[in-house]
Design a binder for this molecule. Structure first.
Ligand code: FES
Length: 87
């Protein structure tokens, strides 16, 4: 489990192992768009403010994944205890 904070929305939630970041934030009322929910389309691309994503998508290039500046919140997770997103 890790925590995700939607910085602009002022919302912080725990993300359990069996739920996606997107599902947790949508339930909390954060405005966010989803389409494929499989890490393919790029619709849910989100800027990372703090923390280290664990990229599980097939959309970003290897270089973009290494940069850790953006992530796909429908499928990717976190390597750090807290992930702060520009949402
Ligand atoms: S919704 Fe398609 S990549 Fe996240």
């Amino acid at each position: 489990m890790f925590k995700v904070r939607a910085a602009r929305s002022g919302i912080e939630r725990d993300v359990p192992a069996d739920r996606s970041i997107a599902a947790v934030l949508l339930e909390a009322g954060v405005a966010l768009e989803l389409s494929c929910e499989q890490g393919v389309c790029g619709t849910c691309l989100t800027d990372v403010i703090e923390g280290t994503p664990e990229h599980r998508d097939m959309y970003l290039s290897d270089e973009e994944k290494l940069a850790n500046k953006q992530m796909l919140v429908c499928c990717s997770r976190s390597r750090s205890a807290l992930l702060v997103l520009d949402l």
